[in-house]
Design a protein around this ligand. Structure first.
Ligand code: ZN
Length: 388
């Protein structure tokens, strides 16, 4: 289900691309072309309700953004949804998919793609692959294709338009390759096949591509709880590429998964100093502090974060865990509610608010915040129902 091929514009101002779709792309520009199409639906106001400030959308290095979020991904649900925050604010919208809107999103999307230095030709190429996938998939049509049907005329129109751009090589960024490797491991169902996939790539391609294969094997070792093996792989990668966040965090992650929380916190702390602008690393550091029972220090670090990471589901999740450890159940349920809401699970959010309201230690201020959030979530749920 989560692995279904999908791209969507969701609550909280997220545009999401799901893992099945990402794994289906064979080039970064193909991923960007889906993003560009989705973004165009928003900028062209193909919405049931017009969203304010939609004009600020752009493709912020599609894979780079994903990589930043996935770097610190702990929950499988997050990894599988591969949610990508494209714009700030809390705009909820639903796209009105008509044939005219699809054609316009393709046309405007291709312009966005070209001006963002991605390959316009990747759009028709990816459409063709999507069409083939539906032809051979026995499990019905993926969600993305139900809302955005790929027709022969869409393919030939975009192909014709793409051919008007000069031909160029568009190498994939390292972030894209690493993100795909990570998603491949996060969503693995057949371990042997994925193991084999990375194994055969150890001796193929460029040094960069071979390092990506080693990274994939390191993640597989972590998944199999083979911590010594993971430690060896990530030690070597971190030594060879000391400034590549994915490789050096792999080492910190190994300590965390091996339940060596003190070492994990120390490694993450060093990384927060090495990469002061990396939110995912900060959140992972806080997570390690929580596991190491440094709860107050974790709370201090959480509240000191900028407003940006507060939009990430992980932020609310960590706050909920912190308040749970501090034995403040009302606050804990309150932030779990925010977590569920940011994951698009409004009904679970409402349930958590109710649990918070029944918790001990409610003060007047928190009680009124809970009331306000309950009203907001209930309204969101009603509007979502009306649009279904
Ligand atoms: Zn569309």
């Amino acid at each position: 289900m989560e692995n279904d091929i999908n791209a969507f514009a969701g609550p909280g101002g997220y545009i999401g691309v799901n893992s099945g779709l990402i794994l289906m792309t064979e080039a970064e520009s193909e991923l960007a072309s889906v993003m560009a199409h989705e973004i165009s639906h928003v900028t062209q106001r193909h919405l049931f309700r017009a969203a304010e400030a939609a004009g600020r959308l752009s493709i912020p290095t599609a894979a780079g953004m994903l990589a930043a979020i996935l770097l610190g991904t702990r929950s499988a649900a997050m990894g599988q949804a591969a949610i990508m925050a494209i714009m700030g604010g809390s705009i909820q919208f639903q796209i009105n998919f008509t044939r005219e809107n699809e054609a316009e999103a393709d046309r405007v999307g291709m312009q966005t793609l070209a001006t963002s230095h991605y390959d316009p030709r990747s759009m028709p190429t990816f459409f063709e692959r999507l069409q083939q996938a539906t032809r051979f998939s026995g499990q019905g049509v993926p969600e993305f294709l139900r809302t955005h049907p790929v027709t022969e005329s869409r393919i030939s129109d975009t192909r014709g338009r793409a051919e008007t751009y000069p031909y160029k090589q568009y190498p994939d960024s390292l972030d894209y390759q690493l993100t795909k490797a990570k998603i491949r491991v996060l969503t693995v169902t057949d371990t042997a096949t994925v193991q084999d996939y990375f194994q055969t790539r150890l001796t193929r391609g460029t040094a960069e591509q071979r390092a990506v294969a080693r990274y994939g094997l390191g993640l597989m070792a972590l998944k199999a709880e083979k911590y010594k093996e993971a430690e060896t792989i990530f030690q070597a990668l971190a030594h060879e590429y000391p400034n590549q966040p994915q490789y050096v965090t792999g080492l910190a992650r190994t300590a965390l998964d091996a339940r060596n929380f003190n070492l994990a916190a120390a490694r993450y702390k060093k990384l927060t100093e090495q990469f002061p602008d990396n939110t995912a690393i900060k959140l992972e550091y806080i997570n390690a502090l929580l596991k190491d029972d440094k709860t107050e220090l974790a709370r201090k670090n959480l509240v000191a974060l900028n407003p940006d990471p507060q939009q990430l589901p992980t932020y609310s999740e960590l706050l909920a865990e912190t308040y749970n450890k501090l034995n403040q159940p009302a606050e804990s349920h309150r932030y779990l509610a925010e977590y569920y809401f940011s994951m698009g699970q409004t009904r679970d959010a409402i349930m958590q608010i109710r649990l918070a309201q029944e918790s001990k230690g409610l003060n007047f201020q928190l009680a009124s915040i809970l009331n306000e959030r309950l009203n907001f979530f209930q309204n969101q749920e009603q509007e979502a129902k009306a649009n279904r």
